[in-house]
Design a protein around this ligand. Structure first.
Ligand code: NAD
Ligand code: DAU
Length: 339
């Protein structure tokens, strides 16, 4: 049995990972450390009960004292998801991004070293590599060139993780994944925002010309990759994960509208995101070779499942959209997106 401290396990990817890990490794004990910011939601963990295999701790990862006091048992591994994750919010105000993503990561590294944790996985992003032109893909050798405060804070965190390996000999693995989609994604991100807006009969705000490209991966495929990195990755290495599914934003949005039987006229082109990265595409051949990683869900199949999930979990996203989040929405989109 291993005790794994996961951070950010009440968020989108973290909660999917907790659910998957409990299925695949029922003997593990999971300590879920999450501050429950606007993006954290215990409803994402419905059906996962406190007990010998699972414990939830509401803690800020940047608060070392709180971590020391609350975690009163040996920890074998740390899987670090907790972050401020939304690019648009980082453009408005980067302060929480620096505290959680940078200071929080160093705090966790210090905690893990002091406790003799065997391995820490840093869940990072392809956005640290910056933006691609029409050709090529990001490899683990691509130089870091982050363009948003969010991606700069994640790149800083990755460098601190690397430094912990080089300086202190810590066993760390960094994973860098492309855009995830699937159940429990906060409806500020492209796919759940567009599905829920379409279901509400609102306009679908597409930035710029809508031709920016993202490489989409079904969230469980990413979670499987993280498990492989945790269990089989080489210490000090970086592994890219992707879905082999490059799509323009316009293709994604039109696909959603078609699945919902809604008209393309709901699309509204709005002002572009500042510093908007044009294209992401991931070369995950290293993870395929060394870890046996392969995405299993096609984008078309995944999008259909995803649309169905948001249809079936209407009350989950409607509750979020009726709360504090709507203040942000008004600030972000003004009276646009209100067809
Ligand atoms: P999310 O915003 O849905 O969830 C983040 C979680 O972290 C929330 O539960 C939140 O409460 C928690 N959190 C935030 N600040 C905290 C703090 N100071 N202390 C403790 N908990 C805190 O994010 P996500 O989309 O699930 O992303 C998870 C991780 O994966 C992030 O590190 C992100 O950079 C990375 N990532 C995301 C994607 C993607 O497409 N969403 C792709 C690649 C990598
Ligand atoms: O690539 C991995 C990254 O993917 C993660 O590190 C981030 O945490 C995650 O949020 C995501 O970042 P993006 O900026 O790519 O995701 P987002 O869903 O915000 O936007 C996807 C694309 O859709 C992007 O080109 C911007 C565009 N977009 C987004 C929103 C919210 C729109 O056109 N309209 C919108 O309203």
């Amino acid at each position: 049995m291993s005790t794994i401290l996961v951070t950010g396990g009440a968020g989108f990817i973290g909660s999917n990972w907790v659910r998957l890990r409990r299925e695949t490794h029922p003997d593990d004990r999971i300590l879920n450390v999450d501050l429950l910011t606007y993006a954290g939601n215990l409803e994402n963990l419905e059906g996962i009960d406190e007990g010998p295999g699972y414990r939830f701790l509401r803690i800020d990862v940047a608060d070392r004292q709180a971590l020391e006091e609350a975690v009163d048992e040996p920890v074998d591994a740390v899987v670090h998801f907790a972050a401020e994750s939304h690019v648009d919010r980082s453009i408005e105000d980067a302060s929480a991004f620096l505290r959680t993503n940078v200071i929080g990561t160093q705090t966790l590294l210090d905690f893990a070293r002091a406790r003799g944790v065997r391995r820490m996985v840093q869940v990072s992003t392809d956005e640290v590599y910056g933006s691609l032109g029409d050709e090529g893909k990001f490899t683990e050798m691509t130089s870091l060139a982050p363009n948003s405060p969010y991606s700069a804070s994640k790149a800083a965190a990755d460098m601190l993780v690397r430094a912990a390996h080089e300086t202190h000999g810590m066993d760390v693995v960094i994973t860098r994944c492309s855009n995830n989609y699937g159940p429990y994604q906060f409806p500020e991100k492209l796919i759940p925002l567009m599905i829920s807006n379409a279901l509400e009969g609102r306009a679908l705000p597409v930035y710029g010309d809508g031709l920016n490209v993202r490489d989409w991966i079904w969230v469980e495929d990413h979670c499987r990759g993280i498990d492989l990195a945790l269990d089989k990755g080489r210490a000090g290495e970086v592994y890219n994960f992707g879905g082999d599914a490059e799509r323009t934003n316009l293709d994604v949005v039109r696909g959603i509208l078609a699945l919902l039987g809604k008209p393309d006229s709901l699309i509204e082109f709005v002002e572009d995101r500042k510093g908007h990265d044009r294209r992401y595409a991931i070369d995950f051949s290293k993870a395929a070779r060394e870890l046996g990683f392969a995405p299993t869900v096609s984008f078309e199949g995944g999008l259909e499942r995803c649309v169905q999930w948001y249809r079936d979990h209407d009350s989950w996203w409607r509750r979020i959209k009726s709360g504090e989040y709507m203040n942000w929405y008004e600030t972000m989109y003004g009276d646009r997106g209100d067809a």
